[in-house]
Design a protein around this ligand. Structure first.
Ligand SMILES: NC(=O)c1ccc[n+]([C@@H]2O[C@H](COP(=O)([O-])OP(=O)(O)OC[C@H]3O[C@@H](n4cnc5c(N)ncnc54)[C@H](O)[C@@H]3O)[C@@H](O)[C@H]2O)c1
Length: 270
């Protein structure tokens, strides 16, 4: 069921790699809610061709951009305004990658070149995106920018290694940039801290399957799905949340504020 929450709004959605991607679901929901979209991803991800299916389904244009490149982001925001016929109302940052995780390197032995790459791709890209949009004055008054994050920014999950520190930086950028962008143009900037979700990036984390089951048992409402995350993002893009900014918003079925559940205690006593 759609509510036309984004009727007439223009959005840029990053990070839709395949149908499991959270960004893919956000694009579908935003389209259902009446938005017109530009989809973007790193040129290397384009070669897999999956994103074309999403573009067809959501009648969107694709503009490739490596999110670490200010030039490519400048092109993305400039061309998006041309294609969509005006300034942008919302942006989803759904980009995450850690070479240390991919190569299964323990946190205490992190490779610093990989660490820097992870920071650039997964956190600094958010700053670059916001800075480019602000410089070009590409986002409308009361526009909304959302980045996806994980609770390892607040609590230690050993398998999340350097991405924990990188997500802490991402969330900090939302606060810092949110302040400046609110003053300049009432643009909102928030992060959504999502439950573990089976996607390409998510499943790259060692021990992910065991952890997703644990999180399910530790969440009074159960793990939030990618579809539900997309619904939540849509509300944040809509005019119904105009005074929400600089926040890290947990979308996790209650996991973040649960000390323990009966189901986990029962398991301990077996
Ligand atoms: N899956 C989970 O459990 C989970 C939980 C909380 C938060 N998140 C976050 O959600 C976001 C999306 O991840 P996902 O789980 O949907 O996985 P995904 O693998 O589908 O998406 C990650 C995306 O980042 C893109 N990307 C990588 N390098 C890039 C670059 N240089 N420029 C532009 N794009 C680039 C990839 O092509 C891919 O589309 C990430 O920030 C992730 O950390 C995921």
């Amino acid at each position: 069921m759609a509510y036309n929450l984004l009727k007439g709004k223009r959005g840029i959605i990053t990070g839709a790699l395949d149908a499991n991607s959270i960004a893919w679901k956000v694009a579908e929901k935003a389209y259902e809610e009446g938005a017109t979209l530009v989809l973007t991803n790193a040129p290397i991800a384009m070669r897999m061709g999956e994103i074309n299916k999403l573009a067809e389904k959501t009648k969107s244009e694709i503009i490739p951009a490596d999110a670490t490149s200010v030039d490519e982001l400048t092109n993305l925001f400039t061309k998006s305004q041309e294609v969509l016929g005006g300034k942008i109302d919302f942006v989803l940052h759904s980009i995450g990658m850690s070479v240390n995780i991919r190569k299964k390197i323990p946190y205490t032995e992190s490779n610093y070149d990989y660490f820097m790459k992870g920071i650039d791709v997964s956190a600094m890209s958010f700053h670059k995106m916001l800075a480019v949009a602000r410089k070009l004055d590409a986002i409308n008054e009361w526009g909304s920018v959302v980045a996806l994050t994980y609770m390892a920014a607040q609590r230690t999950y050993p398998f999340y290694t350097d991405m924990a520190d990188i997500k802490a930086m991402l969330e900090s950028i939302a606060r810092s940039f949110g302040y400046h962008y609110a003053l300049k143009k009432h643009v909102r900037v928030n992060t959504v801290s999502q439950s573990p979700t089976r996607t390409t990036a998510g499943s790259g984390v060692k021990g992910f399957e065991g952890f997703i089951t644990y999180a399910e048992k530790m969440s009074p409402l159960g793990n939030a799905t990618g579809e539900d995350c997309a619904n939540y993002c849509v509300t944040l893009f809509s005019d119904l949340t105009r005074y929400v900014t600089m926040q890290n918003l947990f979308h996790d079925g209650g996991f973040s504020f649960t000390g323990v559940t009966q189901s986990v205690i029962d398991q301990m006593e077996k």
